[in-house]
Design a protein around this ligand. Structure first.
Ligand code: SF4
Length: 334
């Protein structure tokens, strides 16, 4: 398996806690391996009932606590994420970090160095997603060998690794005042978020593609779309504030803050709770006197999923820009 599922740790935790029925929860990319994991657990602990959750698991914000209660399990084994920055499950849960086995190749390092050098940076910041944080020290020393200062930022919670970022948490980048960032991750999702959050050039080192890429142009394209939405929302008078109901996505204080700030501006507000928000659910709750939406559950829904919606759907950070009537700086995500 290309990931470390920490079978020995999981089995010893289930045994130690005396759990009789466990729920295994995987993000999309890792669920493929779920039956192998279940088999291994059952081989070591034949008297334990093992259930695999087939539902989505978007992040550590999305621990299957309701499902676990419904099924009457004793323990959730949540794979692929460290505990969420702003929420720790109330249900007994163990988090299995599931690091990738992919290594940092010379090709990745050389390509990254070439792209970084284009910017003649004084300081480079390195970040990574959880699966690849173990590659940070080697990349750091390689960039330092090229005579460039490198800093790896402290993450925002003690549960996270130095340099670790989430789709909605870029503290490890923001804590470092770098001129350029190098982010180790597959896909565009986290690198894009890092670019939006820091406003600095981002080089993506992709262990799955065995290469590096400057994605700053992509970030700029996204920013143009975001500014178009913000400008559209500047004249909005009636707002819907989406409140999340997934355990880690419910942010009542943020909802209160937005509601009271908008009321001070004499805007009309409605709070609508939602577990899954997509174009279809948006269309079903929309009506003609609603001008704009702000999503407080997952800030990646407006930027990555709902950007084609006819009316502006903003993140909390973007909504603060509208409330404060300030176009600079771009605030992402909160
Ligand atoms: S980006 Fe969205 S899905 Fe990912 S951890 Fe943050 S709130 Fe959860």
């Amino acid at each position: 398996m290309p990931y470390d599922f920490q079978d020995a740790y999981v089995i010893s935790e289930i045994r130690k806690r005396g759990a009789k029925k466990v729920l295994l929860q995987f993000p999309e990319g890792l669920r493929y391996f779920s039956t192998d994991i279940s088999k291994k657990i059952k081989e070591s602990l034949p008297s334990v009932d093992v259930i695999i959750s087939g539902d989505s698991s978007w992040g550590a914000c999305d621990v299957a606590e309701h499902e676990a209660r419904e099924l009457g399990v004793d323990l959730i084994v949540h794979y692929g994420h460290s505990p969420y920055t702003w929420y720790y499950p109330k249900f007994p849960t163990i988090f299995v970090e599931t690091h990738s086995d992919l290594i940092l190749t010379d090709k990745m390092v050389n390509e990254a160095l070439k792209l970084v050098s284009k910017y003649s940076p004084k300081k480079v910041g390195i970040t990574a997603t959880l699966q690849h944080v173990k590659l940070i020290p080697r990349l750091k020393s390689k960039i330092e060998e090229a005579g460039i200062e490198v800093e790896v930022g402290k993450a925002s919670s003690p549960f996270m690794h130095e340099g670790q970022v989430l789709g909605c948490d870029y503290k490890a980048g923001l804590n470092v005042n770098a001129d350029v960032y190098v982010n180790i991750s597959g896909g565009l999702f986290h690198s894009l978020g890092l670019g939006l959050a820091t406003g600095k050039p981002v080089i993506k080192v992709d262990p799955y593609m065995n290469g590096a890429e400057d994605i700053s142009g992509e970030v700029y394209k996204f920013l143009k779309i975001r500014y178009a939405k913000i400008m559209q929302a500047m004249s909005a008078k009636t707002w819907v504030i989406i409140r999340g109901v997934m355990t880690g996505q419910d942010r009542p204080l943020m909802v209160k803050f937005l509601e009271s700030s908008m009321r001070q501006k004499r805007f009309t507000t409605f709070v609508i709770s939602s577990r899954i928000l997509n174009l279809e659910t948006m269309r079903n709750l929309d009506r003609k006197d609603i001008d704009a939406f702000v999503v407080t559950s997952c800030p990646r829904l407006p930027t990555d999923d709902l950007y084609t919606y006819e009316k502006p759907v903003l993140t909390p950070g973007e909504t603060k820009m509208v409330i404060n009537n300030k176009l600079e700086p771009y605030i992402f995500p909160w």
